[in-house]
Design a protein around this ligand. Structure first.
Ligand code: SAH
Length: 247
């Protein structure tokens, strides 16, 4: 009998941000395929009897090509296994969840998608930055700073808009181009920006600056991936709302 593939969001880092459903599936899986962004605390929940497979992917250094991951999911399910495909954050937000499901549909493999807390929600909460606020932002946009062909080509004119928060995933490499383009399209150079590195984990670091100076701040502090950029006036609330305890 064919098994089933669960495409499960593991959240941004803190294992307590797993959903109860994700936790149940991880702890009862036969096979788990997981990404680079899934933290060690969550990997530790996988039963020792389960087959555990690391499938990548660091930027432009895929340890297993996407089509092979897709094929492997289908193959394991056809062997009758209960397969968990574990992804950082939410599988449908910059997670290629859609691409993996297409293959399963083609091969008639049953599947289910379990949403996770996306990095934007996790990092914003743990850094003390509300993504919307009646005084500062009525909308929020999630963007990727990294396109399939390695370029950054965003709809700049739409991004320079009052009362809008921008959250940029995978924005470190393209940051110089991103900040210059936003200013060229009319963003005030003093626009507040936060960068959250390893958000929601014990190693979380948060830096705030402006769109004109953020690149220097990131270089000075040697900020590394995974990091999320939050751009907008809501960032001014960070000082006030940051939680000063320890998670
Ligand atoms: N599906 C994921 C996003 C995958 S894209 C989600 O919903 O969160 C990978 C990018 O997500 C990283 O380059 C980074 O920009 C962001 N990201 C993921 N986890 C993060 C974390 N803990 N802290 C900061 N950024 C994170």
């Amino acid at each position: 009998m064919t098994g089933k593939v669960y495409l499960v969001g593991a959240g941004p880092g803190d294992p307590e941000l797993l959903t109860i459903k994700a936790h149940r599936l991880i702890t009862t899986a036969d096979v788990v395929l997981y990404d680079r962004l899934v933290g060690a605390d969550i990997i530790a929940l996988i039963p020792t009897t389960a087959e555990k497979m690391y499938v990548g992917k660091a930027k432009s250094m895929h340890s297993l090509p996407q089509n092979e991951i897709n094929g492997l999911l289908a193959q394991k399910a056809k062997e009758g296994k209960m397969v968990v495909r574990l992804k950082g954050g939410d599988p449908f937000i910059f997670g290629r969840g859609g691409e993996e499901l297409e293959e399963l549909v083609q091969e008639s493999v049953p599947f289910e998608v379990v949403p996770g807390i996306t990095a934007a929600a996790g990092c914003a909460a743990y850094a003390g930055i509300p993504l919307t606020h009646r005084d500062y932002a009525q909308s929020v946009r999630f963007l990727t700073g990294h396109l399939k062909d390695g370029t950054t080509d965003l709809p700049w004119d739409e991004l320079v808009h009052p009362a809008q928060t921008l959250v940029i995933y995978m924005g470190l490499t393209g940051l110089e181009e991103i900040s210059q383009s936003l200013i060229r399209f009319g963003m005030k150079p003093s626009m507040p920006v936060a960068v959250v590195e390893k958000g929601t984990t014990l190693e979380q670091r948060v830096f705030t600056s402006t769109i004109s100076d953020i690149l220097a701040v990131i270089k000075q502090n040697d900020v590394k991936s995974p990091a999320l950029l939050i751009i907008g006036d809501v960032v001014t609330l960070q000082n006030k709302l940051e939680w000063h305890g320890k998670y």
